[in-house]
Design a protein around this ligand. Sequence first.
Ligand SMILES: CC(=O)SCCNC(=O)CCNC(=O)[C@H](O)C(C)(C)COP(=O)(O)OP(=O)(O)OC[C@H]1O[C@@H](n2cnc3c(N)ncnc32)[C@H](O)[C@@H]1OP(=O)(O)O
Ligand SMILES: N[C@@H](CCO)C(=O)O
Length: 352
Amino acid sequence: MSTTATYTHTKLFKLENGKKLRKLEIAYQTYGKLNAKKDNVIWVCHALTANADVLDWWKGLFGNNDLFNPDEHFIICANVLGSNYGTTNPLSTNPVTGQPYYLAFPEFTIRDLVAAHHLLALHLGIQSIKVLIGGSLGGQQALEWAVTDNKRIENLILVATNAVHSPWGIAFNESQRLAISTDRTFYAQQPDGGLKGLKAARSIALLSYRTYEAYSATQLESVNDKTDSFRAASYQNYQGEKLCKRFNAYSYWYLSKAMDSHNVGRSRTSIVDALALVKANTLVIGIENDVLFPICEQEFLANHIPGAALQKISSAYGHDGFLIETDILTNIIGTFLKESANKKIIKLHKTA
Ligand SMILES: CC(=O)SCCNC(=O)CCNC(=O)[C@H](O)C(C)(C)COP(=O)(O)OP(=O)(O)OC[C@H]1O[C@@H](n2cnc3c(N)ncnc32)[C@H](O)[C@@H]1OP(=O)(O)O
Ligand SMILES: N[C@@H](CCO)C(=O)O
């Protein structure tokens, strides 16, 4: 059973920077049913350009015959604030002006994305989360959630993510925003504004999501007399255009800023102290070939989240491996959850 719905928050939604959004709408999807014990919730936080349909974009890990399936679990995935898959975003109508926000949309942070998830969890009556999982920007949300609200989450799975967005990651994002800002239509404030810039931005982003090996494996020329029109060039154009057909430059701009904002230590004593607040059984998964979120970032998480386990995997896809290597993820996560369930039984026996 799958449900697609939108929750409308009728009170003002206060952002971390103090600005307020009226009539926040959060699009979400659920699969399966909450069981009688209310202990089968799997909450998924999605990455930069995905949506609430996790059975579509994380197939192999989420599906009718997969580790996370609607027969056993109540799976919830919400489209993040700022994204154009149904949640309030820069193309939404500002209730105050009656016009789309575009660049008048307030800036927001990863903490604001999590605050919106909190509202939805409250609305759905979710008291405990068996597994909170996310990769990349989704992992940043999951981590922030586990720091802020550390009693509700039993198991936390962080894939290809970090505790604070790195100077390297911010530099990639700024380069993408520079590409968008060179497209003058971005400032015309129209639904298709900045799409040429967005195409270039996605092309830049892909270089951080993939690897030298992946391009060599898929984009190598079969003839050696070419001087132009290379496959790799066609691929970059294609991928840029593919994103433009399903996303918009304004959402992309604001979400990349939210990613830059990620820092679990902000306004807290330190990053290390913030990580020490996590109480969930935590599994951190890193991809050894990830250029954007290098393995040292997951080592840092695992070293500072109490009792966290670390698993390193290899993927020629690099960072995007977190979306693609579902067989390996199924194996690692399945084993971790079995061990976690066994530990829970032993603990219950000891306290009985
Ligand atoms: C409504 C929706 O679409 S939902 C949103 C779906 N996306 C998300 O959820 C975001 C997360 N997903 C992703 O980022 C990506 O889908 C990934 C990382 C999982 C996979 O990336 P993909 O682009 O599908 O794979 P890959 O890099 O192998 O590229 C394959 C595509 O490039 C095309 N391609 C490959 N080489 C070339 C080339 N030299 N020139 C032109 N096109 C090329 C292929 O024909 C294929 O096209 P298709 O996507 O239309 O079938
Ligand atoms: N490929 C992912 C971003 C990488 O985290 C997306 O488009 O959402």
